[in-house]
Design a binder for this molecule. Structure first.
Ligand SMILES: Cc1cc2nc3c(=O)[nH]c(=O)nc-3n(C[C@H](O)[C@H](O)[C@H](O)COP(=O)(O)OP(=O)(O)OC[C@H]3O[C@@H](n4cnc5c(N)ncnc54)[C@H](O)[C@@H]3O)c2cc1C
Length: 494
């Protein structure tokens, strides 16, 4: 009976013994282990996707819905593959515009792109799915990933575990904000990486503004509440500081006139701000930020308490809002994976973005890096790297399927074509007040065009508007920018 055959237990299937019948359906796996008592197993193991048969469409499992994973899914030929995406969020975040949502220049939905829009097959093709879950383990020997649902603390369902068999696995898990082990950062600072972080920053900023206007608050408390501190002078920290100062100059002065003299922004950086940019641009940014009222502090954070930061020279910086933006590194999960690693602990890949020593696993984006043996440097954690790796890998996998190597363990003999080559297109950053920096040099040492000011700001806006993934969001962004320009930012605390 067909239905019975598809109800096989995946846990019993070894990679060498693949079922001959299609198993498109959700297949019960080893149900919640009888060996473990209910108290021990807080998370049940329930269902999964069994391995595909030789006559089925092969399945590409994509871990992560960021720049790399989404660009890959967009480019995959869904006539050749079923696509299954596993991620704790059902959208891609257009990160370069995330800072603008914290102060209301843009709405949150303008920077979130639903996955079903990026790859429509995920919502409609019978064998393609999106699973709101996080990957908890990779089993290369059995071509299987272990996952656990993400219920976000909702009590509507208990979380559960499941497994998915893959023909090709693409690991695109991104990176995590680095705290350098500094005490108190995780508990007290907000990282700016996801839409919910931007929402938290906005809520806190508006709450502090309103509390500081309530009778009975001391001068000292008012100053602390309205002191916004950003740690990290890279492009993200600078862009956020610029947005914040713009918000203060234009909107707070008008609509919170009682407290306008109390609100301040401090940007703390251990070295120079925007270290990857041209010297001239860096000086320009420093001058403009200072002019907009951002206090630049050169210092190293030693400890973070609930209301103040302690710097290594012993000075204390009280704050009401603390945003942490000091670069990224591999997540503990990526570090824990038993896969080869590149310098810095990312998943090691060869020139074709394959993870060597295992079959059918690829890694792209911020979680991956060239292995030392390739002689290539680990690429910077940038959207332009992740996006181009996603595009390259989609083409590579489409070619592999065409050559008959789509199924698990069947592409060993297939020529993969040209290796991945990265060419840096330049960097951009906005610094507020209709000004931005555009640095089109390929590297810090190279010669090339770099400019700053209003023209750069127009280039910055135009470039990102065209990069927004869908027409729908492009329209939202354009309308938000226009509305903000004409009538100021929305300051309601909803
Ligand atoms: C505020 C901000 C501004 C930026 N601006 C720029 C810019 O202007 N230009 C530029 O080039 N770069 C910029 N970047 C960097 C850029 O966003 C990253 O390099 C890019 O997002 C990397 O893409 P990725 O797909 O590797 O990772 P991400 O986009 O981070 O995606 C990782 C995905 O993996 C998922 N995930 C994590 N753990 C698990 C798990 N266990 N199981 C399943 N899924 C998991 C996450 O939910 C996410 O969907 C910016 C970053 C930030 C935060």
């Amino acid at each position: 009976m067909a239905w019975f055959r598809s109800f096989i237990q995946v846990s019993k299937i070894k990679s060498s013994v693949r079922p001959t019948k299609p198993t498109h359906f959700f297949t019960p796996l080893s149900h919640f282990s009888s060996a473990a008592g209910p108290a021990e197993a807080a998370v049940r193991e329930r269902w999964g996707l069994a391995p595909t048969g030789p006559d089925d469409k092969p399945r590409v499992v994509v871990l992560g819905s960021g720049w790399a994973g989404c660009r890959l899914m967009k480019g995959l030929d869904t006539k050749a593959y079923d696509v299954v995406c596993v991620s704790p969020r059902n959208h891609m975040v257009f990160t370069p515009l995330l800072a603008s949502t914290c102060v209301g220049t843009l709405e949150f939905r303008s920077v979130a792109e639903p996955i079903g829009r990026i790859q429509p097959a995920i919502s409609s093709a019978p064998g393609s799915y999106f699973f709101l879950a996080k990957c908890t383990g990779v089993d290369p020997d059995n071509h299987m990933v272990h996952c656990e649902t993400v219920t976000d603390g909702s009590n509507s369902l208990e979380p559960w575990k499941f497994k998915i068999a893959y023909d090709k696995l693409v690991v695109a898990l991104g990176a995590e904000a680095s705290t350098f082990g500094i005490h108190g950062v995780t508990d007290n600072a907000i990282f700016l990486r996801e839409v919910h972080h931007a929402q938290e920053i906005r809520r806190k900023l508006l709450l502090n503004l309103m509390l500081s206007d309530v009778p009975g608050i001391s001068e000292e408390e008012k100053r602390r509440l309205l002191h916004c501190v950003v740690v990290g002078g890279g492009p993200t920290g600078v862009e956020f500081s610029g947005e914040l100062s713009d918000f203060i100059m234009k909107d707070v002065r008008q609509r919170y006139a009682h407290v306008k003299d109390y609100i301040h922004v401090t940007l703390i950086e251990a070295n120079e701000i925007l270290s990857s940019f041209d010297d001239r641009l860096r000086q320009y940014a420093t001058k403009q930020l200072t002019k907009s009222g951002v206090r630049l502090v050169r210092g190293v954070v030693k400890d973070v308490k609930s209301h103040k930061i302690i710097l290594s020279d012993g000075s204390e910086v009280p704050y009401g809002l603390l945003v942490w933006s000091t670069g990224v590194g591999p997540s503990p999960f990526v570090r824990s994976l038993q896969l080869p690693k590149s310098p810095g602990g990312r998943i090691g890949v060869d020139e074709w973005l394959r993870v060597p020593s295992v079959q059918d696993i690829f890694a792209i984006g911020d979680c991956s890096g060239f292995l030392e043996s390739t002689g290539k440097p680990v690429l910077p954690a940038l959207a332009q790297v992740a996006e181009r790796q996603g595009k390259y890998l989609a083409e590579l996998l489409n070619g592999v399927a065409k050559a008959g190597g789509g199924q698990a363990n069947s592409s060993k003999e297939i020529a993969l074509g040209d290796p991945f080559v990265y060419r840096h297109l330049g960097s951009m950053a906005t610094i507020g007040r209709f000004k931005a920096l555009v640095d089109l040099r390929q590297s810090k040492e190279a010669k090339g065009l770099s400019l700053a000011g209003f023209t750069s700001w127009i280039i910055w806006r135009s470039a990102y508007l065209t990069r927004v993934v869908s027409w729908r969001n492009r329209f939202y962004v354009a309308v938000n920018w226009f509305t903000t320009f004409v009538s100021g930012r929305d300051i309601s605390r909803i």
